[in-house]
Design a protein around this ligand. Structure first.
Ligand SMILES: [Zn+2]
Length: 199
């Protein structure tokens, strides 16, 4: 479990989205690296469970099956599809079905009580409730317009999602530190090579 914590902490350079949307952003950006393998790998069962437990969405003692992990990965894909809707690219029926499945399994219920803002709460506990908690936050972010600020990183091999904090919606990279600098270095190389060819 410690290894997963370290991996997650060491590779997250994307500035946090505001409020609870930060949790969704981190969930969508969960990934792992393996020695000798290029690029990002999908998060392992241990990493996804650790994340949900760490964020208080389920208990460490709750079972976490292969099917739960598979559904979590499908949910990550479906949420990526919902981010692409921000670029007028409608989510496919498969992604919509995954979100509905998670919603139904969790028994998401509106709570409109006196204290605090309106919420959606899962009736289920465990893995079903944990994944439902993710959908609940995404749902409310769509309602109040925050979801519209989520973007996919413009770097071709990066799957990072970020919250565009810029005033004019011009943000391009999940992190200036990582993909912004990679893009700048690539542009510099290309200019350099073009000059070399002209010389
Ligand atoms: Zn990126």
């Amino acid at each position: 479990m410690l290894r997963a914590v370290f991996d997650f902490a060491a590779h997250e350079t994307t500035p946090a989205a505001p409020g609870e949307l930060e949790l969704i952003q981190r969930f969508m950006n969960l990934h792992e690296h393996r020695a000798g393998v290029r690029g990002d790998l999908p998060p392992s069962p241990e990493l996804v469970k650790w994340f949900l437990v760490d964020r208080g969405l389920m208990d460490d003692g709750d079972p976490w099956t292969h099917a739960d992990h598979k559904l979590a990965l499908d949910l990550i894909e479906a949420l990526h599809a919902k981010v692409r809707e921000n670029y007028a690219e409608p989510a496919g029926s498969r992604d919509v079905a995954v979100i509905d499945r998670v919603t139904d399994a969790a028994g998401l219920t509106p709570r409109f009580g006196l204290a605090g803002p309106p919420r959606l709460e899962p009736k289920a506990t465990g893995a079903a409730g944990g994944l439902g908690g993710i959908v609940a936050i995404a749902f409310l972010a769509q309602l109040d317009g925050r979801w519209g600020h989520l973007k996919n990183c413009a770097h071709e091999t990066c799957r990072g999602v970020f919250f565009d904090h810029s005033k004019n919606h011009s943000g391009k990279w999940c992190s200036m530190q990582k993909c912004g600098n990679r893009a700048k270095a690539k542009a510099w190389r290309e200019r350099h090579e073009a000059r070399g060819r002209r010389a």
